[in-house]
Design a protein around this ligand. Structure first.
Ligand code: FAD
Length: 276
């Protein structure tokens, strides 16, 4: 199998036990030598302390760390302060997002779209940060059309993003079509597929409903048929996702970004199967 770079995504742990467990998970995953590890950021800044401290730990462990950064509800002054904090910690990578506030909260804030955040980071900090943005092979759920969503992606790249990480998906053709359409529109930065390992059927269905990622009918039916049989779900999930990754690598994906869900087993098994 062709060798391509990989990266891992974590979320900030909520408890000291979670933080300790994540340290162990990271050490296991560092064996695969990721290009970088990223840490998600709760919309509205709800996890800012946990995100920044986890990012700092990763950086201190010797692996380049990327902080996700969502701008919904944020002020320019607040973002300026936090960017400076990240710079002082030696962080040079951002995943710049709009984010979603929980329902009931107005959008508010001084930024409307992720493209506004990217433009602000470039205007304030020049080239201090390598900036990734989010892309949606199956369209962002709030977009008016696939074309409008691609235009939104182009606006983020034109504002200064260096690369795109996609929402997860299970149909490789959705990704290949998205990349072709993006290139036709003049988006010439790497578009890295986001990969969601399948470890739990209920969790996957919940996430997918929320973010608009389609689980193919044949996959959904099989997962449902396994019921509580976690071992069978994981074995089947491994096969499905390993085949997806193989097709993506063969089809020219520049890199793979794994949504680890702060677990190592499924990702390690996938990387082993793919000889990464
Ligand atoms: P935007 O690019 O701003 O797009 C949002 C919507 O507005 C889209 O429908 C787009 O088509 C539309 N749009 C954009 N610009 C315009 C315009 N000029 N005119 C009209 N419409 C426009 N969420 C978090 O809270 N924390 C995280 O850490 C996080 N990490 C993520 C990582 C990845 C790789 C991905 C794919 C998603 C992540 N998310 C995260 C989820 C993300 O915040 C949501 O999907 C959010 O709804 C959209 O964020 P965005 O940055 O894509 O927004």
């Amino acid at each position: 199998m062709k060798q391509i770079p990989i990266s891992f995504e974590f979320f900030p742990p909520k408890t000291p036990e979670g933080a300790e467990k994540l340290r162990t998970v990271r050490q296991q995953l560092y064996a695969i030598k990721p290009e970088f590890c990223s840490v998600t950021y709760g919309a509205g800044g709800s996890t800012q302390v946990g995100t920044f401290s986890t990012v700092q730990e990763i950086q201190q462990e010797g692996t380049p760390a990327a902080s996700h950064f969502s701008c919904v509800g944020a002020t320019r002054e607040g973002v300026r302060t936090q960017l400076k904090q990240l710079q002082d910690m030696g962080i040079t990578r951002l995943v710049a997002l709009r984010g979603d506030l929980p329902s009931g909260h107005g959008l508010g804030g001084e930024f409307q779209y992720a493209s506004d955040l990217v433009a602000f980071v470039r205007a304030e900090m020049g080239d201090v940060f390598h900036i990734e943005v989010a892309g949606y092979p199956e369209m962002h759920p709030q977009a008016r059309s696939p074309e409008a969503d691609l235009k939104a992606l182009k606006a983020k790249v034109d504002a200064g993003a260096n690369g795109v990480i996609t929402q997860y998906f299970f149909k490789p053709d959705a990704y290949f079509r998205f990349v072709d359409d993006a290139q036709r529109m003049g988006i010439n930065v790497p578009i890295v597929p986001g990969i969601m390992p399948i470890s739990s059927s209920t969790q996957l269905m919940r996430f997918s409903d929320a973010c608009g990622a389609e689980i193919p009918r044949w996959v959904r039916l099989r997962l449902q048929a396994f019921g509580d049989d976690t071992q069978s779900i994981q074995a089947f999930g491994h096969e499905v996702v390993a085949q997806l990754c193989q097709r993506l690598i063969q089809g020219g994906a520049p890199s793979l970004h794994f949504y680890t869900m702060n677990q190592s087993a499924a990702v390690l098994a996938l990387c082993k199967a793919l000889q990464l």
